[in-house]
Design a protein around this ligand. Sequence first.
Ligand code: ADP
Ligand code: MG
Length: 683
Amino acid sequence: MNNKTNYEYLLSDLSSLKGVGEKTKNLLKKKNINSLFDLLWKLPKSYTDRSLTVKIKDLKIGEIQTVTIVPQKYNFPRVRKLPNRVLCNDETGEIDCIFFNSYEGYVKKILPLGKEITVSGKIGHFRNKYQITNPKYISEDSSIVKKAYNTYSLTEGITEKIYNKIINQIIENLPDFNEWHSKHVLSKFKNISWINSIKELHKAENIGNFKTNFYQRLAFDEIFSTFLVNSEIRKKIRKIKKKNKVINLNKQKSIIKKLDFSLTNDQIKSLDEINTDLSSTNKMFRLLQGDVGSGKTIVSLLAAINTINSGFQVAFMAPTEILARQHFKLAKKIFPPFVNIELISGKSMYKEKKEILKKLENYKIDIIFGTHAIFQKKVIFNKLGLIIIDEQHKFGVNQRKKLSDKGGVDCDVLLMTATPIPRTLTMTIYGDMDISIIREKPKTRIPIKTYSKLEAKIEDVLKFIKKEIKLNNQIFWVCPLIEESKKLDHASAVKKFEYLEKKFPNQVCLLHGKTDIEEKNKILNNFLQNKFKILVSTTIIEVGIDFPNANVIVVENANKFGLSQLHQLRGRVGRGNKNSTCILMFKSNLSDNAKKRIKILKDTNDGFLISEEDMKLRGFGDILGFKQSGIKNFKLADPVQNADLFLLAEKEMRRIENSGEDIGKFKPLIKLYDRADIINDIV
Ligand code: ADP
Ligand code: MG
């Protein structure tokens, strides 16, 4: 077999398997098992050793045992409900095989009188006699029964026996591959091949041996495949030739000078990296990653003005209209007056919109702000040079790839996210982009004070709030998220709203999952304009919006949130130069684990560090909803347990990138492990 047929065989559907009918196939499909390869990850949970036979006199009731017996007599009662019974024996005693819901013909076939039959099953005892009920492991050929059978977590309708049969079939027929890894990498795994690793993985005695070389090799394979695919996407985008921008640093400087703060080192470094990309003849596809409040907006606006000064248009997309408007206002404030700045909003009148579209097409607009509406088909740019996308950490690789194609050849792309993620995940989640990171917060920022409070002490919280309101400050009040029921979420927020409204008449507003977009914008705007003092909400308050007056956030039932989420929530306050406070409320006394978590939050405001700790404590669950964005669900690899493998994979990927090595030899690996839609044009 050559390599091509090798992986194709493993990717073929289940019909090539013996002993798999339509029914089983459909059941497996429901479990998302569609190919032979998918079945390789159906791992045994434990095993049952049926290899040793005992004599009937030595049987142990209640255990799974194997005996060789001779059927002597059938007892098929005429009464429907009674089971069919076959009286059997060996030279030491008697045993009954009992069959419920079975056909006489079937029973006669598997237990022919006078023949030696080997049968394995749980031994029962009834009316002073041993019995085995509905035995499944039963044959004239004792070698078929006398084996160690792996046990699997069973899909409804598929027996352990079928799993054993089909998985063994695949493992016995595994095709051979040329080794794809370098000698150096392979030596880390004691040179074990992929095939032998799979074989070891399925051996009953190896169940749960995560630290073994075969397990690690297989985990590495899937990590590396992901990194490699991401790297190829990145390379491909970077290869696209574009007209370079000419950066006028003097003009950049004159804007920076007018700001009422100086840029942090990380802001300067990120801006340099972006400028280098803009002025190169290769397309930029870069992510600006920085914690909430790290000051990404100004960096992106400086990149925008550099692009504009170089004779290009810029499109700036924000996730919500309010945020788009805030960015728009900031641009109006800091850009020189000759720059044409527009905002396209859902509320703009038809005529107004038409006018904007015409102006965009005629290059009468330099930069446009808006939500995803700015990427509609009818929006035509004259000379788009840069797309900036704010707060889109939930875009998956596919969506981003599409984005990179938007705007034509000369258009650079800058994405921004305020979601710090653990180091090991960066390449997994954002590996298709170049990354600039702002880790350092502005020095002027006053750390947010974080407290935990029992719900019973709510009066203390109210007292504190009263004081803050007197100082003309505003408060976010986040209600418990009850995942199981949207209705309950709603009810609890409404109840809290009514409760607070009684204490602070006409000063409270409410936002919940059912509020429609227009209403929501109105409420947020009112709050922004300080018309209300307390905003009660269930949904997580929009990422990115600056509420300069809000300096207190109360999070109820805080243990419902992960650390990273709490950190994100806390980041809604403390953006200005006021003292700000985050109060985490709990229903009951904290467990040790919860205390540990809260301590991390109190000790640090570094989102990257918090995300690491969050992942360590919670495991690689759905940290901040990345699963929805189509990030890979690893089969074996675990970013916490296998951190070293993630780092090794990154190192190896960089080595290959730098050496320009041909990646053809990884074709089987990529084809097996990755989503064909993305990589079709790569290998
Ligand atoms: P994010 O990275 O979350 O998007 P923003 O860009 O919205 O953060 O910045 C948050 C606040 O910090 C804004 O009010 C902005 O004016 C301010 N800011 C940005 N950079 C600095 C800096 N270097 N020094 C002080 N304040 C800054
Ligand atoms: Mg922002």
